[in-house]
Design a protein around this ligand. Structure first.
Ligand SMILES: CC(C)(COP(=O)(O)OP(=O)(O)OC[C@H]1O[C@@H](n2cnc3c(N)ncnc32)[C@H](O)[C@@H]1OP(=O)(O)O)[C@@H](O)C(=O)NCCC(=O)NCCS
Length: 389
């Protein structure tokens, strides 16, 4: 029987173009609040470092470097890599080790420093996550994968770009209230709808940012939780899913099959339904990805995601608040940090510690994180439960 595991502490660096900090300094910034709570290597059994692509900095063996810099030379560490799901894949690995009894307390630290290279080079590195024989040589990049999905969705459901622009407006509305966000500014609808094209039909404001940043969480086994907090966030359900490697082989472009499988597994393990979820952090690497997530997670029927957007049900006071920290779109998307940042945000919201009342979601009992890698080849869904009344 697996042991119950809870998130007991967390920290988060400022996201942005962080030319002022090295990768190790970003990690230290995320770890600082945890250190300030007195959680040092004598209280942690092992760490998992989540970073997706060593090409950005050229640093190999990053987990050794970071453990050393954070004063954790005496405890074991490992690195997990799983494209944009690296953060939640790391959390899943750590959860497994704690649930199985190998360790009692672990820290998961996610980081990426993407702006040491130009946007063009970053785009090239990310594109290498596509099939190097049949996709990459023909120039398909991440904006192009999601542009294909957007085109198909718009065609099948007769949707205009307005809906995608409204998702971007919402993300920037909340990002503007998040001091940790990369691009904390409101954008008017007209600007979002008419920004320069990146890969039609997607424009600048449909795209997530190329970001530097780090986030960290500490997890503990049930019998150790009280040493750290009286406000544990239990890991209640975990689902992982996969989809065909090449987008051309998918049965559909208006849904991510692996996301549906991951969601089903997470809901079953947690014993909850989509209606029970009080908030979600979804992988909005592009606005169309957020729209598709509403449907894959069961918050809307297929083709009905646009109604949820029109009715503002995705706002902090709506039926299913989504990405009220700005999401990947405005808070930013440092690949390895993203899944950890989602977990951190759910913990803060559950604790009533969102930065401003205007983005605080009321009474969160269940929070969901949805983290997608590549164009859906890896998906992790986590359901967290508030552990206090
Ligand atoms: C869209 C994209 C190509 C723009 O990159 P870029 O042209 O190098 O942009 P720059 O960094 O030079 O910034 C130019 C301006 O656009 C803004 N900007 C850049 N990216 C933006 C974005 N995604 N959304 C909104 N504004 C953005 C910058 O703030 C800057 O504004 P300023 O001139 O007022 O300061 C880049 O953000 C991108 O590739 N995003 C997708 C990342 C991705 O694929 N991630 C993996 C997903 S799975």
């Amino acid at each position: 029987m697996a042991r119950r595991v809870a998130v007991v502490a967390g920290g988060h660096s400022k996201f942005g173009k962080r030319y002022d900090a090295t990768m190790r300094e970003l990690c230290a910034e995320a770890y600082k609040p945890i250190y300030d709570e007195g959680i040092t290597q004598d209280k942690i059994d092992a760490t998992v470092l989540s970073y997706a692509a060593s090409q950005f900095t050229g640093q190999g063996a990053g987990s050794a470097l970071i453990a050393d810099y954070l004063g954790m030379q005496d405890i074991p560490h490992l690195r997990v890599e799983s494209a944009c799901t690296t953060g939640t894949a790391s959390l899943r690995a750590a959860w497994g080790m704690v649930a199985a009894g190998l360790y009692d307390v672990m820290m998961v630290l996610g980081v990426e420093q993407m702006n040491r290279v130009s946007s063009a080079t970053a785009t090239e590195y990310m594109s290498r996550a596509g099939d190097m024989r049949w996709e990459y040589p023909y120039g398909i990049s991440f904006p192009a994968f999601y542009a294909l999905m957007a085109s198909r969705y718009m065609h099948e459901y007769n949707m205009s770009h307005d809906i995608l622009a409204k998702i971007a407006v919402k993300s920037h509305h909340y990002g503007a209230q998040n001091p940790k966000a990369h691009l904390p500014k409101e954008i008017p609808f007209e600007e979002a709808n008419n920004a320069i094209p990146i890969c039609r039909p997607l424009n600048l404001y449909d795209c997530s940012l190329i970001t530097d940043g780090a986030a960290a969480v500490v997890i503990a086994a049930e019998d150790r939780v009280k040493e750290f907090t009286d406000r544990p966030m239990w890991i209640k359900g975990i689902g992982a899913g996969a989809s065909e490697m090449m987008i051309q082989d998918r049965p559909t472009l208006t849904s991510i099959p692996g996301a549906k499988r991951a969601a089903k597994a997470a809901y079953e393990m947690a014993g909850v339904k989509p209606d029970d979820i009080n908030m979600a952090q979804v992988h909005d690497c592009f606005t169309i990805a957020e729209l598709i997530a509403y449907e894959d997670l069961g918050f809307a029927e297929p083709g009905k995601g646009p109604d949820l957007v029109e009715n503002k049900e995705n706002y902090h006071d709506g039926r299913i608040p989504v990405n009220c920290d700005g999401g990947l779109k405005s808070k930013g998307h440092p690949l390895g940090a993203t899944g950890v940042s989602m977990t951190y945000e759910i913990m803060k919201q559950m604790r009533g510690e969102a930065d401003k009342p205007s983005r605080q979601i009321k009474d969160v009992k269940y929070g969901l994180a949805h983290n997608v890698g590549q164009s859906g080849q890896f998906v992790n869904v986590f359901i967290f439960e508030r552990g206090w009344s």
